[in-house]
Ligand binder design. Structure first.
Ligand code: PNS
Length: 165
């Protein structure tokens, strides 16, 4: 049984995240989309809302027989991976600029849990500039984000902001 976690803030889920989920699915039997419960941030969506959106969108994605679970977690990613019985942490790399931060996290996580490897996947080129932060910013300023986030997420963003464009 090859189990991985895909940790992140997912505030909100983007098509870039879905691209990484699709690419990693054939590599594992089971994957936990692990939504960080981070009290320091001022999120657009609560952790429960983020988990619900991911659960609603996942059935529309071809996950190649890989069982997908969605869970929230607090504390260290390495601890959550260990407790979940995962042997891999999946992270997406969009551009070279992501690499330095991701490398530091991967090395720290490996030091904390030597039995757990980080697996980097290259996001599709069409998503190389897509981040949750950019999507929220563009949306809030009235820009178009169609095709970059799932439709359901866009609807929830509209209801959240009272923006019924
Ligand atoms: O989607 P993000 O915000 O890029 O995800 C970052 C995340 C959640 C993977 C990272 O912040 C994290 O692992 N946080 C949990 C706390 C932790 O383990 N910190 C040490 C990482 S080496």
């Amino acid at each position: 049984m090859r189990r991985a976690i895909f940790p992140g803030s997912f505030d909100p889920l983007t098509n870039g995240h879905l691209d990484i989920i699709k690419r990693s699915a054939p590599l594992f039997d089971e994957m936990i989309i692990a939504v960080l419960n981070n009290a320091d941030k001022h999120p657009m969506f609560t952790v429960a809302e983020r988990c619900d959106m991911i659960r609603e969108v996942l059935p529309t994605v071809d996950t190649d027989g890989c069982k997908m679970l969605v869970e929230s977690f607090s504390g260290l990613t390495a601890d959550f991976a260990k407790q979940s019985g995962a042997t891999a942490i999946v992270r997406g790399i969009r551009a070279v600029s992501d690499y330095e931060y991701e490398l530091r996290m991967a090395l720290m996580n490996r030091r904390l849990e030597p039995g757990i490897e980080t697996v980097f996947l290259m996001a599709g080129e069409e998503y190389s500039y897509v981040s949750s932060t950019l999507m929220k910013q563009v949306f809030e300023l009235g820009g178009r984000v169609e095709g970059l986030i799932p439709e359901l997420v866009e609807q929830r963003m509209r209801s959240k902001s009272g923006n019924h464009r």
